[in-house]
Design a protein around this ligand. Structure first.
Ligand SMILES: [Zn+2]
Length: 279
């Protein structure tokens, strides 16, 4: 990527991104400082704050049909690869690990046409991967085969369907959106509401009925796995906190006047404890 003068505080992601700049060759490389499982959150695009860009440049990412963002952080140095380690989910303002996850020391890359319909500066890819697509100039110029197996943003899928005259698959789009609820629930596991159990378990069943491509199947499997993680953590938290509370409560109140289970607000520390006991 061409040189750019950073106007943000560097490093912008000191705990997870190690930037190596080769000033002589105008090249850079971003190395992961963390290990993540498939589709886990690498960074939110909200901080440092992205700002709307008037037009696409080599320093922007596309987040909608006519919307482009300046990243304003070291994330903009992340190189393209035809077998990328990251996904830029610009519709949801997330950067997440790819389907294989990320290892410490691995180069951070993403597939530029997954966000870009056309590119300000097309380039010949030198990623060296067996599936290298060669000239990268945006999704508009790529065949179905070249885009197969790659996660693409909603705006790119929509534009491709229009270009191919196929009409966008709204059914998949709507169901894809419903994962947002579950994803949010996962990130706030500590703020769980115990009665939410049922809501969290329904999405993967919904996807099972759809005909999904390989990328969607991987995402659905990751979602099912994440739901199990959330459920196990929720149960473990309930047992852990609940057992201690029950013990201290049983010292103060007679048998038979057993307290109710801890609420999620108590579990998250938002409330001081069991009001029944305090009273
Ligand atoms: Zn390549």
């Amino acid at each position: 990527m061409a040189p750019i003068k950073p106007h943000w505080v560097q490093p912008s992601h000191p705990d997870r991104l190690h930037l190596i700049v080769n000033e002589a060759e105008y090249t850079s490389k971003s190395i992961s400082k963390i290990t993540l499982p498939p589709f886990a959150l690498f960074a939110k695009l909200e901080y440092p704050p992205c700002t709307p860009a008037e037009k696409p440049t080599y320093a922007t990412v596309q987040c909608g049909r006519d919307k482009h963002l300046d990243l304003n952080s070291d994330l903009l140095y992340i190189n393209h690869s035809c077998e990328p380690s990251l996904i830029f989910d610009t519709g949801n303002m997330n950067v997440i690990a790819g389907p294989k996850g990320i290892q410490i020391g691995e180069e951070l890359t993403f597939f530029y046409p997954s966000t870009e319909w056309t590119m300000a500066q097309p380039f010949q890819c030198l990623c060296g991967k067996p599936t290298c697509r060669g000239l990268i100039s945006g999704a508009r110029d790529m065949t179905d085969a070249q885009l197969s197996g790659i996660w693409l943003n909603g705006h790119i899928r929509e534009l491709l369907e229009e270009q191919r005259g196929r009409g966008y698959d709204n059914n998949l789009s709507i169901n894809t959106l419903s994962t947002t609820t579950t994803a949010n629930a996962s990130t706030t596991a500590m703020d769980c509401n115990l009665s939410d159990n049922n809501n969290n378990n329904n999405n993967s069943e919904k996807f099972a009925e759809l005909e999904l491509d390989q990328t969607a199947r991987s995402l659905r499997d990751a979602l099912t796995h994440a739901e199990k993680v959330v459920e196990a953590a929720r149960n473990a938290l309930t047992s852990y906190v609940g057992a201690v509370n029950a013990k201290s409560a049983s010292n103060k109140v007679p048998e038979g006047a057993q307290r109710r289970g801890p609420t999620s607000r108590e579990l998250s520390g938002e409330m001081g404890g069991d009001t029944e006991v305090v009273a």
